[in-house]
Design a protein around this ligand. Structure first.
Ligand SMILES: Cc1cc2nc3c(=O)[nH]c(=O)nc-3n(C[C@H](O)[C@H](O)[C@H](O)COP(=O)(O)OP(=O)(O)OC[C@H]3O[C@@H](n4cnc5c(N)ncnc54)[C@H](O)[C@@H]3O)c2cc1C
Length: 280
């Protein structure tokens, strides 16, 4: 019999997590699929389950002067209703799963699952999101690129949970999100892409690219981005092949049931090229 605890407050959740290892249950859309056995049999979770989806304290979107704060139990559907949620993130959410799944699934769950194909990850990398991880003793803010430490591995300890996702307010000139999957709805990504840039006085002052499903974690290369800062659009266009080669050297796509190395490599190339063509 699986022990399940429905927590009534964040304080209780953190206190429970300080006592022993639990599986944090938000929408359950990954957990149920990953742990199911035969139809109608009780799900054989390996550890007791901490049911957190009811935590109203963690259901919010708040706007500050410089940051947007998203409570960990806010569902994907709820996020789509807020004007303040960045377009890049909304575009990714709109293409995740189906409306029924989005009504219960959370952003924190997509992060906690830590799949390199998690669709909210690429916009969150490009937006420089910070993940607030809390335990009964402390709270720490982890930049998203440090939150993922390997394939399906995060920096979270057993006594911590994600309580908030914090997104700096960015004013980009333009952004581009693309999900390449088998079909539009209910398909996981073969490759996903989120790019953003800004230009001041005809020179690039901000340039960001994140690519998903082509390595064990999302690929974001600050060193490559830096090469384009201060360049005019003309100069950047001349560097396009060099930039694409640098990104290709940092991806390690795999063959799996959704796609193969050649396809993922070609799509990555096409997406970087298409994004650089949008520079204007
Ligand atoms: C039919 C179907 C289609 C799908 N399509 C897509 C898709 O297109 N794109 C995509 O990216 N995903 C897709 N998914 C996967 C899933 O819906 C998402 O990853 C979703 O965001 C998970 O959120 P959840 O709240 O349901 O997470 P849960 O299943 O509750 O949890 C997932 C993991 O995160 C951990 N976790 C949850 N909340 C926290 C927290 N606050 N702190 C720490 N750890 C936490 C859990 O312990 C677990 O390990 C699909 C799933 C299904 C069933």
């Amino acid at each position: 019999m699986v022990e399940q605890i429905i927590v009534k407050s964040v304080e209780e959740a953190l206190s429970r997590l300080s006592e022993r290892k639990y599986i944090i249950y938000a929408g359950g859309t990954d957990l149920i699929v990953q742990n199911r056995t035969v139809s109608e049999a009780p799900i054989p979770f390996k550890n007791p389950v901490l049911y957190c989806a009811n935590l109203k304290e963690l259901k919010y979107v708040k706007e500050g002067d410089d940051y947007l704060y998203i409570g960990a139990m806010t569902t994907l559907s709820e996020l789509l209703t807020y004007e303040s949620v960045p377009k890049l993130l909304k575009e990714a959410i709109e293409q995740m799963a189906s409306p029924a799944i989005r009504n219960i699934a959370t952003l924190a769950g997509n992060l906690g699952n830590a799949s390199p194909a998690g669709d909210s990850l690429v916009p969150l990398y490009t937006l420089n999101a910070l993940i607030k991880c809390q335990s009964v003793k402390a709270s720490r803010l982890i930049p998203i690129q440090d939150f993922f430490v390997g394939l399906k591995k995060t920096a979270l300890t057993d006594s911590e949970m994600i309580t908030e996702i914090i997104i700096p307010k960015n004013r980009f000139k333009s952004t581009m999100y693309r999900k390449v999957g088998t079909r539009k709805a209910d398909a996981l990504s073969k490759v996903s892409f989120a790019g953003a840039y800004s230009i001041v006085h005809d020179k690039i002052c901000d340039f960001r690219i994140s690519i998903g499903a082509v390595n064990v974690t999302v690929v974001r290369r600050f060193d490559i981005e830096a090469k384009l800062i201060g360049k005019t659009i003309e100069q950047a266009q001349k560097m396009k092949n060099q930039i694409i080669s640098l990104y290709l050297s940092s991806i390690k796509p795999i063959n799996d049931q959704r796609s193969n190395i050649e396809y993922r490599t070609q799509v990555t190339k096409n997406l970087i090229s298409a994004f650089m063509d949008t520079l204007d």
